[in-house]
Design a protein around this ligand. Structure first.
Ligand code: 16G
Length: 247
């Protein structure tokens, strides 16, 4: 039994009320956030946890099931329950959110917050080399892996490429591929941010939590811009990795 987890559970029990399974869920989460439980680390068995915390196995199971659903813990047959590894995202490849998550064995899905057609804003016009008055398809999506919100994303695509934003069901890149317009090159910039109130609410994090803001412009082989996307990824779940060469 990890004594840090035990202490955290005791601390929460002394200071908060509510169902035991929620307290245990919170104790496991905060032990992970504070680094007391590390990615890949195996949790004690359900039986050991129940015994050490003087809880029923049903309670322990319920707490763990919730965290597995949130993508914080993972279960592998025969190997027990362990802390999920952070999602590694290569910075040098033009992959999509859907592809990245499927490669990790997670089931991605999105909630559309907006899906509309409109005239380019000055920012979109500059980013996509579109004349004022041109039309774009816009998507504003909350993106999930398993049951956990991972990113908020706003994409603009020239209507000349994507006439109807409703063509995007699960994946923008899949829709572009079907249209023969999957981008072949991209430019991306990344910076650290603190989520604003809306982003934090959508991502179920405290306001001001740390995140990564990415802006991607991607291109067709003929140089036309297909996408201008601003993404806000959770900083606590993602590792962005780039390969470096000396020349
Ligand atoms: C990624 C891309 C985003 C792209 C989206 C497509 C980054 C930082 N951003 O989130 O630019 O529009 O994937 O994903 O990687 P989809 O095909 O699943 O809709």
């Amino acid at each position: 039994m990890k004594s840090a987890l035990l202490n955290e559970y005791r601390r929460l029990t002394a200071t908060s009320h509510g169902p035991a399974y929620l307290r245990l869920r919170r104790a496991i989460r905060s032990s992970i956030e504070r680094g007391a439980l590390e990615p890949g680390q195996v949790l004690p068995s359900e039986r050991d946890l129940a015994q050490q915390l003087a809880l029923s196995r049903v309670t322990v199971r319920k707490a763990i099931a919730g965290l597995v659903g949130d993508g914080v813990l993972r279960q592998r047959h025969g190997a027990g329950t362990f802390v999920a590894e952070r999602i590694v995202k290569p910075l040098s490849r033009l992959t999509s959110f859907t592809e990245d998550l499927r490669a990790r064995g997670l089931n991605p899905h999105s909630v559309f917050l907006e899906r509309e057609v409109g005239e380019v804003t000055p920012e979109e016009s500059m980013a996509m080399n579109l004349s004022p008055g041109a039309e774009v398809s816009r998507l504003y999506r909350l993106r999930y892996g398993a049951d956990e919100p991972l990113a908020v994303e706003r994409s603009s695509i020239p209507r000349a490429v994507l006439a109807d934003p409703a063509l995007v069901v699960d994946s923008l890149y899949e829709a572009l591929e079907k249209l023969g317009c999957r981008p072949v090159r991209g430019l991306q910039r990344l910076r650290a941010v603190n989520f604003n109130a809306e982003q934090a609410r959508l991502l179920k994090l405290p306001a001001g939590s740390a995140g990564l803001a990415l802006e991607r412009r991607s291109f067709l082989a003929d140089g036309r811009v297909v996408e201008f996307t601003r993404s806000w990824y959770r900083g606590d779940l993602y590792d962005f990795v780039a390969e470096l060469q000396s020349e």
